[in-house]
Ligand binder design. Structure first.
Ligand SMILES: CC(C)(COP(=O)(O)OP(=O)(O)OC[C@H]1O[C@@H](n2cnc3c(N)ncnc32)[C@H](O)[C@@H]1OP(=O)(O)O)[C@@H](O)C(=O)NCCC(=O)NCCS
Length: 499
Protein backbone atom coordinates (compact mmCIF):
# COMPACT_ATOMS: atom_id res chain seq x y z
CA UNK A 1 0.00 0.00 0.00
CA UNK A 2 1.45 3.28 -0.98
CA UNK A 3 -1.05 6.09 -0.78
CA UNK A 4 -0.43 9.13 1.37
CA UNK A 5 -2.74 11.57 3.05
CA UNK A 6 -1.06 14.75 1.87
CA UNK A 7 -3.57 16.97 3.65
CA UNK A 8 -2.33 15.45 6.88
CA UNK A 9 1.17 16.70 6.19
CA UNK A 10 -0.22 20.17 5.61
CA UNK A 11 -2.09 20.13 8.86
CA UNK A 12 0.98 18.94 10.71
CA UNK A 13 2.82 22.00 9.40
CA UNK A 14 0.01 24.18 10.67
CA UNK A 15 0.14 22.48 14.06
CA UNK A 16 3.87 23.00 14.24
CA UNK A 17 3.36 26.69 13.46
CA UNK A 18 0.68 26.86 16.12
CA UNK A 19 3.05 25.40 18.72
CA UNK A 20 5.78 27.80 17.75
CA UNK A 21 3.47 30.74 18.40
CA UNK A 22 4.50 30.37 22.06
CA UNK A 23 0.97 30.87 23.37
CA UNK A 24 -1.29 28.15 24.65
CA UNK A 25 -4.33 29.74 22.97
CA UNK A 26 -3.92 32.10 20.06
CA UNK A 27 -6.57 34.78 19.56
CA UNK A 28 -8.93 33.81 16.73
CA UNK A 29 -11.36 35.77 14.61
CA UNK A 30 -14.08 33.30 15.69
CA UNK A 31 -15.89 30.89 13.40
CA UNK A 32 -16.80 32.17 9.97
CA UNK A 33 -19.84 29.94 9.75
CA UNK A 34 -23.02 31.42 8.29
CA UNK A 35 -26.01 29.13 9.11
CA UNK A 36 -27.84 30.32 6.02
CA UNK A 37 -25.02 29.11 3.79
CA UNK A 38 -23.36 26.08 5.37
CA UNK A 39 -20.97 25.97 2.44
CA UNK A 40 -19.44 29.10 3.90
CA UNK A 41 -17.35 26.77 6.03
CA UNK A 42 -15.57 25.40 2.99
CA UNK A 43 -12.30 27.23 2.41
CA UNK A 44 -12.71 27.11 -1.37
CA UNK A 45 -10.47 30.12 -1.87
CA UNK A 46 -7.69 29.83 0.72
CA UNK A 47 -6.46 33.35 -0.16
CA UNK A 48 -9.72 34.89 1.07
CA UNK A 49 -10.19 32.73 4.18
CA UNK A 50 -8.69 33.79 7.53
CA UNK A 51 -5.86 31.58 8.75
CA UNK A 52 -7.86 30.48 11.82
CA UNK A 53 -10.59 29.03 9.58
CA UNK A 54 -8.08 27.11 7.48
CA UNK A 55 -6.53 25.83 10.69
CA UNK A 56 -9.89 24.58 12.00
CA UNK A 57 -10.54 22.81 8.74
CA UNK A 58 -7.26 20.98 8.80
CA UNK A 59 -6.70 20.41 12.50
CA UNK A 60 -10.11 19.09 13.56
CA UNK A 61 -10.55 16.40 10.85
CA UNK A 62 -6.89 15.48 11.23
CA UNK A 63 -7.19 15.05 14.97
CA UNK A 64 -10.39 13.02 14.63
CA UNK A 65 -8.79 10.79 12.01
CA UNK A 66 -6.03 9.93 14.48
CA UNK A 67 -8.39 8.97 17.34
CA UNK A 68 -9.10 5.36 16.24
CA UNK A 69 -5.36 4.65 16.17
CA UNK A 70 -4.88 6.12 19.63
CA UNK A 71 -7.58 3.79 20.99
CA UNK A 72 -6.24 0.81 19.08
CA UNK A 73 -2.62 1.13 20.16
CA UNK A 74 -3.19 1.89 23.86
CA UNK A 75 -1.44 -0.82 25.94
CA UNK A 76 0.20 -2.33 22.87
CA UNK A 77 3.96 -2.96 22.84
CA UNK A 78 6.15 -1.49 20.10
CA UNK A 79 9.83 -2.29 19.69
CA UNK A 80 11.45 0.69 17.97
CA UNK A 81 14.94 0.18 16.54
CA UNK A 82 16.82 3.34 15.65
CA UNK A 83 19.94 2.98 13.52
CA UNK A 84 23.08 4.79 14.68
CA UNK A 85 23.07 6.82 11.45
CA UNK A 86 19.85 8.56 12.57
CA UNK A 87 21.53 9.73 15.76
CA UNK A 88 24.70 10.73 13.87
CA UNK A 89 22.47 12.80 11.53
CA UNK A 90 21.12 14.78 14.51
CA UNK A 91 17.62 13.25 14.44
CA UNK A 92 17.55 12.19 18.09
CA UNK A 93 15.74 15.24 19.56
CA UNK A 94 12.77 14.92 17.19
CA UNK A 95 12.65 11.13 17.49
CA UNK A 96 12.62 11.46 21.29
CA UNK A 97 9.79 14.00 21.11
CA UNK A 98 7.71 11.72 18.90
CA UNK A 99 8.40 8.64 21.02
CA UNK A 100 7.49 10.55 24.19
CA UNK A 101 4.22 11.55 22.56
CA UNK A 102 3.48 7.99 21.43
CA UNK A 103 4.24 6.70 24.91
CA UNK A 104 1.96 9.31 26.45
CA UNK A 105 -0.84 7.83 24.33
CA UNK A 106 -0.46 4.52 26.18
CA UNK A 107 1.97 2.62 23.96
CA UNK A 108 4.64 0.56 25.75
CA UNK A 109 7.96 1.24 24.04
CA UNK A 110 11.18 -0.73 23.93
CA UNK A 111 13.85 1.36 22.25
CA UNK A 112 16.87 -0.36 20.73
CA UNK A 113 19.63 1.87 19.38
CA UNK A 114 22.28 1.05 16.83
CA UNK A 115 25.81 2.48 16.89
CA UNK A 116 27.56 1.47 13.67
CA UNK A 117 28.88 4.95 12.68
CA UNK A 118 29.70 5.87 16.29
CA UNK A 119 31.84 2.73 16.73
CA UNK A 120 33.54 3.38 13.39
CA UNK A 121 34.28 6.94 14.45
CA UNK A 122 35.88 5.71 17.69
CA UNK A 123 37.91 3.16 15.69
CA UNK A 124 39.09 5.88 13.30
CA UNK A 125 40.12 8.05 16.26
CA UNK A 126 42.21 5.13 17.53
CA UNK A 127 43.67 4.56 14.05
CA UNK A 128 42.09 1.11 13.94
CA UNK A 129 40.34 -0.30 10.90
CA UNK A 130 36.67 -1.45 11.04
CA UNK A 131 36.46 -5.04 9.84
CA UNK A 132 33.37 -6.88 8.58
CA UNK A 133 32.59 -10.33 7.28
CA UNK A 134 29.30 -12.07 6.42
CA UNK A 135 27.62 -8.61 6.79
CA UNK A 136 28.70 -8.50 10.49
CA UNK A 137 31.38 -6.61 12.42
CA UNK A 138 34.42 -8.57 13.56
CA UNK A 139 34.81 -7.32 17.13
CA UNK A 140 38.40 -7.57 18.29
CA UNK A 141 39.54 -6.17 21.65
CA UNK A 142 39.90 -2.59 20.34
CA UNK A 143 36.52 -2.71 18.58
CA UNK A 144 34.88 -3.99 21.80
CA UNK A 145 36.33 -1.02 23.74
CA UNK A 146 35.07 1.34 21.04
CA UNK A 147 31.61 -0.27 21.08
CA UNK A 148 31.41 0.07 24.88
CA UNK A 149 32.44 3.73 24.72
CA UNK A 150 30.00 4.46 21.89
CA UNK A 151 27.14 2.68 23.68
CA UNK A 152 27.84 4.59 26.91
CA UNK A 153 27.88 7.92 25.09
CA UNK A 154 24.70 7.13 23.15
CA UNK A 155 22.78 6.01 26.24
CA UNK A 156 23.76 9.27 27.88
CA UNK A 157 22.54 11.28 24.85
CA UNK A 158 19.29 9.31 24.61
CA UNK A 159 18.53 9.69 28.31
CA UNK A 160 19.25 13.42 28.03
CA UNK A 161 16.94 13.74 25.01
CA UNK A 162 14.07 12.15 26.97
CA UNK A 163 14.72 14.33 30.00
CA UNK A 164 13.97 17.62 28.26
CA UNK A 165 10.78 19.34 29.24
CA UNK A 166 11.13 23.02 28.48
CA UNK A 167 7.86 24.93 28.25
CA UNK A 168 6.66 25.66 24.70
CA UNK A 169 8.38 22.58 23.28
CA UNK A 170 6.70 19.30 22.33
CA UNK A 171 8.43 17.73 25.37
CA UNK A 172 6.75 20.12 27.82
CA UNK A 173 4.93 18.13 30.50
CA UNK A 174 6.31 14.80 29.35
CA UNK A 175 7.67 12.51 32.02
CA UNK A 176 9.54 9.73 30.31
CA UNK A 177 11.42 7.41 32.60
CA UNK A 178 14.06 5.56 30.55
CA UNK A 179 15.44 2.35 32.05
CA UNK A 180 18.17 0.15 30.64
CA UNK A 181 19.61 -3.10 31.97
CA UNK A 182 21.20 -6.45 31.28
CA UNK A 183 18.12 -7.77 29.51
CA UNK A 184 20.01 -9.70 26.81
CA UNK A 185 22.02 -12.89 27.29
CA UNK A 186 24.45 -13.46 24.43
CA UNK A 187 26.63 -16.17 22.97
CA UNK A 188 29.62 -15.79 20.66
CA UNK A 189 29.19 -15.89 16.88
CA UNK A 190 32.33 -18.03 16.91
CA UNK A 191 34.29 -18.93 13.81
CA UNK A 192 32.48 -18.84 10.48
CA UNK A 193 34.19 -20.10 7.32
CA UNK A 194 37.53 -19.65 9.07
CA UNK A 195 36.73 -16.07 10.23
CA UNK A 196 36.94 -15.61 14.01
CA UNK A 197 34.34 -13.03 15.05
CA UNK A 198 35.90 -12.76 18.54
CA UNK A 199 33.63 -10.53 20.69
CA UNK A 200 30.76 -10.38 18.17
CA UNK A 201 27.78 -12.20 19.55
CA UNK A 202 24.26 -13.41 18.92
CA UNK A 203 21.21 -13.18 21.16
CA UNK A 204 20.77 -16.27 23.28
CA UNK A 205 17.94 -15.21 25.58
CA UNK A 206 15.78 -12.15 26.26
CA UNK A 207 14.70 -11.35 29.82
CA UNK A 208 11.00 -11.06 28.95
CA UNK A 209 9.87 -10.89 32.58
CA UNK A 210 12.33 -8.07 33.36
CA UNK A 211 11.37 -6.02 30.30
CA UNK A 212 7.64 -6.59 30.83
CA UNK A 213 7.82 -5.53 34.48
CA UNK A 214 9.75 -2.38 33.52
CA UNK A 215 7.18 -1.53 30.84
CA UNK A 216 4.32 -2.17 33.26
CA UNK A 217 5.91 0.39 35.60
CA UNK A 218 5.33 2.93 32.86
CA UNK A 219 8.99 3.24 31.88
CA UNK A 220 10.49 3.14 28.41
CA UNK A 221 13.04 0.33 28.08
CA UNK A 222 16.31 1.28 26.38
CA UNK A 223 18.48 -1.52 25.04
CA UNK A 224 21.98 -1.20 23.56
CA UNK A 225 23.26 -3.85 21.16
CA UNK A 226 25.20 -5.58 23.87
CA UNK A 227 24.70 -8.87 25.63
CA UNK A 228 26.46 -10.77 28.35
CA UNK A 229 27.28 -14.43 28.62
CA UNK A 230 26.56 -16.29 31.86
CA UNK A 231 30.31 -15.94 32.58
CA UNK A 232 29.97 -12.14 32.43
CA UNK A 233 31.73 -11.74 29.08
CA UNK A 234 30.39 -8.85 26.93
CA UNK A 235 29.41 -9.38 23.30
CA UNK A 236 28.80 -6.82 20.61
CA UNK A 237 25.48 -7.61 18.90
CA UNK A 238 23.69 -6.10 15.92
CA UNK A 239 20.87 -3.69 16.66
CA UNK A 240 18.69 -5.47 14.08
CA UNK A 241 19.09 -8.89 15.71
CA UNK A 242 18.50 -7.51 19.21
CA UNK A 243 15.34 -5.65 18.13
CA UNK A 244 13.97 -8.67 16.26
CA UNK A 245 14.71 -11.03 19.16
CA UNK A 246 13.16 -8.68 21.72
CA UNK A 247 10.04 -8.11 19.57
CA UNK A 248 9.66 -11.85 19.07
CA UNK A 249 10.26 -12.77 22.71
CA UNK A 250 7.74 -10.13 23.88
CA UNK A 251 5.34 -10.99 21.03
CA UNK A 252 5.26 -7.24 20.44
CA UNK A 253 2.47 -5.71 18.39
CA UNK A 254 4.92 -3.84 16.18
CA UNK A 255 8.60 -3.88 15.33
CA UNK A 256 9.67 -0.60 13.73
CA UNK A 257 13.07 -0.02 12.13
CA UNK A 258 13.93 3.67 11.76
CA UNK A 259 16.51 3.45 9.02
CA UNK A 260 18.58 5.10 6.33
CA UNK A 261 16.26 3.68 3.62
CA UNK A 262 12.76 4.98 2.87
CA UNK A 263 11.20 1.50 2.75
CA UNK A 264 10.89 -1.11 0.01
CA UNK A 265 9.98 0.08 -3.46
CA UNK A 266 7.31 -1.61 -5.60
CA UNK A 267 10.09 -2.57 -8.01
CA UNK A 268 12.97 -2.91 -5.52
CA UNK A 269 15.65 -3.40 -8.15
CA UNK A 270 14.78 -0.17 -9.97
CA UNK A 271 15.47 3.44 -9.02
CA UNK A 272 12.92 5.68 -7.33
CA UNK A 273 10.44 7.36 -9.68
CA UNK A 274 6.80 8.46 -9.79
CA UNK A 275 5.99 4.95 -11.02
CA UNK A 276 8.18 3.25 -8.44
CA UNK A 277 6.99 4.46 -5.07
CA UNK A 278 7.39 2.84 -1.67
CA UNK A 279 5.24 -0.26 -1.22
CA UNK A 280 3.57 0.64 2.06
CA UNK A 281 2.12 -2.82 2.77
CA UNK A 282 3.81 -6.12 1.98
CA UNK A 283 1.96 -9.29 2.97
CA UNK A 284 4.34 -11.73 4.66
CA UNK A 285 4.16 -14.25 1.80
CA UNK A 286 5.06 -11.56 -0.75
CA UNK A 287 7.89 -10.29 1.49
CA UNK A 288 9.29 -13.81 1.80
CA UNK A 289 9.11 -14.27 -1.94
CA UNK A 290 10.88 -10.97 -2.52
CA UNK A 291 13.56 -11.81 0.03
CA UNK A 292 14.25 -15.13 -1.67
CA UNK A 293 14.85 -13.30 -4.95
CA UNK A 294 17.30 -10.75 -3.49
CA UNK A 295 21.06 -11.18 -3.08
CA UNK A 296 22.36 -11.66 0.46
CA UNK A 297 22.60 -8.17 2.04
CA UNK A 298 26.05 -6.78 2.81
CA UNK A 299 25.16 -3.30 4.03
CA UNK A 300 22.16 -1.57 5.62
CA UNK A 301 21.16 0.17 2.39
CA UNK A 302 20.65 -3.19 0.63
CA UNK A 303 16.95 -3.96 0.13
CA UNK A 304 17.14 -7.29 1.95
CA UNK A 305 18.96 -5.91 5.01
CA UNK A 306 16.02 -4.79 7.17
CA UNK A 307 13.50 -6.84 5.23
CA UNK A 308 15.06 -10.12 6.43
CA UNK A 309 14.48 -9.08 10.04
CA UNK A 310 10.91 -7.94 9.36
CA UNK A 311 10.14 -11.29 7.76
CA UNK A 312 11.78 -13.19 10.62
CA UNK A 313 9.79 -11.24 13.23
CA UNK A 314 6.50 -11.67 11.36
CA UNK A 315 7.07 -15.39 10.95
CA UNK A 316 7.71 -15.63 14.69
CA UNK A 317 4.41 -13.97 15.61
CA UNK A 318 5.01 -10.18 15.46
CA UNK A 319 2.07 -9.27 13.27
CA UNK A 320 3.48 -6.04 11.86
CA UNK A 321 7.08 -5.01 11.13
CA UNK A 322 7.91 -1.64 9.61
CA UNK A 323 10.84 -0.03 7.78
CA UNK A 324 10.67 3.77 7.87
CA UNK A 325 13.12 6.54 6.96
CA UNK A 326 14.74 8.70 9.63
CA UNK A 327 15.21 11.42 7.02
CA UNK A 328 11.49 12.31 7.14
CA UNK A 329 10.69 14.38 10.19
CA UNK A 330 7.81 12.74 12.09
CA UNK A 331 8.18 9.44 10.20
CA UNK A 332 7.12 7.46 13.31
CA UNK A 333 3.93 9.48 13.69
CA UNK A 334 3.15 9.24 9.99
CA UNK A 335 3.66 5.48 10.00
CA UNK A 336 1.70 4.77 13.16
CA UNK A 337 -1.16 7.27 13.10
CA UNK A 338 -1.84 7.83 9.39
CA UNK A 339 -3.94 5.26 7.58
CA UNK A 340 -1.52 4.51 4.76
CA UNK A 341 1.76 5.11 6.58
CA UNK A 342 4.99 6.32 5.05
CA UNK A 343 7.42 3.38 4.93
CA UNK A 344 6.93 -0.33 4.30
CA UNK A 345 4.90 -2.53 6.64
CA UNK A 346 5.35 -6.29 6.44
CA UNK A 347 2.14 -7.82 7.71
CA UNK A 348 1.27 -11.38 8.58
CA UNK A 349 -2.11 -12.12 7.08
CA UNK A 350 -2.35 -15.13 9.42
CA UNK A 351 -4.61 -17.96 8.39
CA UNK A 352 -6.59 -16.00 5.89
CA UNK A 353 -5.29 -15.47 2.46
CA UNK A 354 -5.87 -12.21 0.67
CA UNK A 355 -5.12 -12.88 -2.96
CA UNK A 356 -6.04 -12.31 -6.57
CA UNK A 357 -8.90 -14.55 -7.74
CA UNK A 358 -8.68 -17.39 -10.25
CA UNK A 359 -11.41 -19.05 -12.30
CA UNK A 360 -11.79 -21.61 -9.46
CA UNK A 361 -13.17 -18.81 -7.25
CA UNK A 362 -16.09 -17.88 -9.53
CA UNK A 363 -18.57 -20.09 -7.65
CA UNK A 364 -17.52 -18.64 -4.29
CA UNK A 365 -17.73 -15.05 -5.56
CA UNK A 366 -21.22 -15.64 -7.01
CA UNK A 367 -22.41 -17.14 -3.74
CA UNK A 368 -21.02 -14.18 -1.80
CA UNK A 369 -22.45 -11.36 -3.91
CA UNK A 370 -25.82 -12.94 -4.81
CA UNK A 371 -27.75 -11.83 -1.68
CA UNK A 372 -26.53 -8.24 -2.18
CA UNK A 373 -27.60 -8.31 -5.84
CA UNK A 374 -31.02 -9.56 -4.76
CA UNK A 375 -31.57 -6.72 -2.28
CA UNK A 376 -30.34 -4.14 -4.80
CA UNK A 377 -27.10 -3.19 -2.98
CA UNK A 378 -25.05 -4.44 -5.93
CA UNK A 379 -25.88 -4.49 -9.63
CA UNK A 380 -26.46 -7.94 -11.11
CA UNK A 381 -23.50 -9.69 -12.71
CA UNK A 382 -23.84 -12.91 -14.68
CA UNK A 383 -21.68 -16.00 -14.12
CA UNK A 384 -20.24 -15.50 -17.63
CA UNK A 385 -19.25 -11.94 -16.79
CA UNK A 386 -17.51 -13.00 -13.55
CA UNK A 387 -15.81 -15.94 -15.29
CA UNK A 388 -14.53 -13.56 -17.96
CA UNK A 389 -13.32 -11.03 -15.40
CA UNK A 390 -12.07 -13.42 -12.68
CA UNK A 391 -8.56 -11.97 -12.77
CA UNK A 392 -9.96 -8.50 -11.98
CA UNK A 393 -11.11 -9.79 -8.58
CA UNK A 394 -9.29 -9.86 -5.25
CA UNK A 395 -10.64 -12.25 -2.64
CA UNK A 396 -10.23 -13.10 1.04
CA UNK A 397 -10.29 -16.87 1.39
CA UNK A 398 -10.31 -18.91 4.56
CA UNK A 399 -10.13 -22.67 4.33
CA UNK A 400 -11.45 -22.66 0.79
CA UNK A 401 -14.40 -20.32 1.50
CA UNK A 402 -14.53 -16.85 -0.07
CA UNK A 403 -15.39 -14.31 2.64
CA UNK A 404 -14.78 -11.06 0.77
CA UNK A 405 -14.16 -9.80 -2.74
CA UNK A 406 -13.86 -6.73 -4.97
CA UNK A 407 -13.00 -6.20 -8.62
CA UNK A 408 -10.79 -3.58 -10.24
CA UNK A 409 -11.70 -2.32 -13.72
CA UNK A 410 -9.01 0.03 -15.05
CA UNK A 411 -9.65 2.97 -17.38
CA UNK A 412 -5.98 3.59 -18.26
CA UNK A 413 -6.83 6.44 -20.66
CA UNK A 414 -8.15 8.39 -17.63
CA UNK A 415 -5.48 7.02 -15.23
CA UNK A 416 -8.23 5.69 -12.97
CA UNK A 417 -10.06 2.44 -12.20
CA UNK A 418 -13.41 1.40 -10.83
CA UNK A 419 -13.58 -0.74 -7.73
CA UNK A 420 -16.72 -2.80 -8.15
CA UNK A 421 -18.59 -5.49 -6.21
CA UNK A 422 -16.85 -4.83 -2.89
CA UNK A 423 -18.54 -7.37 -0.62
CA UNK A 424 -17.84 -8.93 2.75
CA UNK A 425 -19.83 -11.93 3.88
CA UNK A 426 -22.44 -10.89 6.50
CA UNK A 427 -20.95 -13.20 9.17
CA UNK A 428 -17.52 -11.56 8.94
CA UNK A 429 -18.47 -7.93 8.44
CA UNK A 430 -17.00 -5.41 10.86
CA UNK A 431 -13.68 -7.25 11.25
CA UNK A 432 -11.68 -5.16 8.82
CA UNK A 433 -11.96 -7.42 5.76
CA UNK A 434 -13.58 -4.65 3.71
CA UNK A 435 -10.69 -2.36 4.49
CA UNK A 436 -8.15 -5.11 3.75
CA UNK A 437 -9.63 -5.71 0.30
CA UNK A 438 -9.77 -1.97 -0.38
CA UNK A 439 -6.08 -1.62 0.47
CA UNK A 440 -5.15 -4.48 -1.87
CA UNK A 441 -7.25 -2.97 -4.66
CA UNK A 442 -5.47 0.37 -4.13
CA UNK A 443 -2.15 -1.48 -4.29
CA UNK A 444 -3.13 -3.15 -7.58
CA UNK A 445 -4.25 0.19 -9.01
CA UNK A 446 -0.98 1.86 -8.06
CA UNK A 447 1.06 -0.98 -9.46
CA UNK A 448 -0.83 -0.40 -12.74
CA UNK A 449 0.31 3.25 -12.67
CA UNK A 450 -3.18 4.65 -11.96
CA UNK A 451 -3.75 7.86 -10.02
CA UNK A 452 -7.17 7.21 -8.48
CA UNK A 453 -9.90 4.67 -7.94
CA UNK A 454 -13.62 5.32 -7.94
CA UNK A 455 -16.76 3.52 -6.79
CA UNK A 456 -20.44 3.81 -7.60
CA UNK A 457 -22.65 3.20 -4.60
CA UNK A 458 -26.22 3.74 -3.50
CA UNK A 459 -25.94 2.71 0.17
CA UNK A 460 -22.36 2.67 1.33
CA UNK A 461 -21.22 6.29 0.83
CA UNK A 462 -20.15 6.81 4.41
CA UNK A 463 -17.98 3.73 4.53
CA UNK A 464 -16.02 5.04 1.55
CA UNK A 465 -15.90 8.67 2.74
CA UNK A 466 -14.40 7.46 6.02
CA UNK A 467 -11.66 5.82 3.99
CA UNK A 468 -10.58 8.85 2.00
CA UNK A 469 -13.07 8.88 -0.90
CA UNK A 470 -14.76 12.12 -1.91
CA UNK A 471 -18.08 12.49 -3.74
CA UNK A 472 -17.92 13.82 -7.32
CA UNK A 473 -20.46 14.50 -10.05
CA UNK A 474 -21.11 11.53 -12.42
CA UNK A 475 -19.80 13.84 -15.15
CA UNK A 476 -16.35 13.17 -13.64
CA UNK A 477 -16.45 9.53 -14.82
CA UNK A 478 -14.20 8.44 -17.70
CA UNK A 479 -16.14 8.68 -21.01
CA UNK A 480 -16.31 4.90 -21.44
CA UNK A 481 -17.81 4.46 -17.93
CA UNK A 482 -20.15 7.44 -18.29
CA UNK A 483 -21.79 5.78 -21.28
CA UNK A 484 -22.69 2.80 -19.02
CA UNK A 485 -23.84 4.94 -16.08
CA UNK A 486 -27.41 4.10 -15.08
CA UNK A 487 -29.03 7.50 -14.52
CA UNK A 488 -32.14 5.83 -13.02
CA UNK A 489 -30.14 4.11 -10.29
CA UNK A 490 -28.61 7.51 -9.36
CA UNK A 491 -25.52 5.93 -7.81
CA UNK A 492 -23.21 8.28 -5.98
CA UNK A 493 -19.73 8.45 -7.54
CA UNK A 494 -16.85 8.63 -5.05
CA UNK A 495 -13.17 9.00 -5.89
CA UNK A 496 -10.00 8.34 -3.91
CA UNK A 497 -6.73 9.86 -5.09
CA UNK A 498 -3.73 7.55 -4.91
CA UNK A 499 -0.39 9.22 -4.54
C1 LIG B 1 -19.36 -2.18 3.12
C2 LIG B 1 -18.65 -3.47 3.48
C3 LIG B 1 -17.86 -3.95 2.29
C4 LIG B 1 -17.71 -3.18 4.66
O1 LIG B 1 -16.97 -4.35 4.97
P1 LIG B 1 -16.52 -4.68 6.48
O2 LIG B 1 -15.52 -5.77 6.44
O3 LIG B 1 -17.72 -4.88 7.33
O4 LIG B 1 -15.82 -3.32 6.83
P2 LIG B 1 -14.74 -3.02 7.91
O5 LIG B 1 -14.70 -4.11 8.94
O6 LIG B 1 -13.47 -2.69 7.22
O7 LIG B 1 -15.39 -1.73 8.53
C5 LIG B 1 -16.47 -1.84 9.42
C6 LIG B 1 -17.06 -0.48 9.69
O8 LIG B 1 -17.82 -0.06 8.53
C7 LIG B 1 -19.13 0.31 8.95
N1 LIG B 1 -20.07 0.05 7.88
C8 LIG B 1 -20.49 -1.14 7.40
N2 LIG B 1 -21.39 -0.94 6.40
C9 LIG B 1 -21.51 0.39 6.26
C10 LIG B 1 -22.31 1.21 5.41
N3 LIG B 1 -23.14 0.71 4.53
N4 LIG B 1 -22.17 2.55 5.54
C11 LIG B 1 -21.33 3.09 6.45
N5 LIG B 1 -20.57 2.36 7.28
C12 LIG B 1 -20.67 1.02 7.19
C13 LIG B 1 -19.37 -0.55 10.18
O9 LIG B 1 -20.38 0.00 10.99
C14 LIG B 1 -18.01 -0.50 10.86
O10 LIG B 1 -17.87 0.73 11.49
P3 LIG B 1 -17.00 0.88 12.84
O11 LIG B 1 -15.60 0.49 12.48
O12 LIG B 1 -17.15 2.32 13.19
O13 LIG B 1 -17.63 -0.07 13.81
C15 LIG B 1 -19.64 -4.56 3.94
O14 LIG B 1 -20.45 -4.04 4.96
C16 LIG B 1 -20.51 -5.11 2.84
O15 LIG B 1 -20.16 -6.09 2.20
N6 LIG B 1 -21.70 -4.51 2.61
C17 LIG B 1 -22.61 -4.99 1.62
C18 LIG B 1 -22.15 -4.77 0.20
C19 LIG B 1 -21.86 -3.31 -0.09
O16 LIG B 1 -22.56 -2.41 0.34
N7 LIG B 1 -20.80 -3.08 -0.86
C20 LIG B 1 -20.39 -1.79 -1.34
C21 LIG B 1 -20.79 -1.71 -2.74
S1 LIG B 1 -20.38 -0.20 -3.46
Amino acid sequence: MISRQRTCGDSLTLIANFRRSGKTRSPTTGPVYDPATPASLTPSDPESVPMSAVFNFTFVPWFRSVAPYIHKFRNQTFVVAICGEAIAAGKLPHLAQDLAMIQSMGVKIVLVHGFRPQVNEQLRAKGHEARYSHGMRITDGVALDCAQEAAGQLRYEIEAAFSQGLPNTPMAGSTVRVLSGNFITARPVGILDGVDFQHSGLVRKVDVAGISRTLDMGAMVLISPFGFSPTGEAFNLTMEEVATSVATALQADKLIFVTEIPGIRIKPDQPASDDNLIDTELPLAAAEQLLASLPSPQQPTDTAFYLQHCVKACKAGVERSHIIPFSVDGALLLEIYVHDGIGTMVVDEKLESLREATSDDVGGILQLIEPFEKDGTLVKRSRTEIERDADHYTVVEHDGVIFACAALYPYPEAKTAEMAALTVSPQSQGQGDGEKVLKRIEQRARAAGLQSIFVLTTRTMHWFIKRGFVPVDPEWLPEARKRKYNWDRKSQVLVKKLS
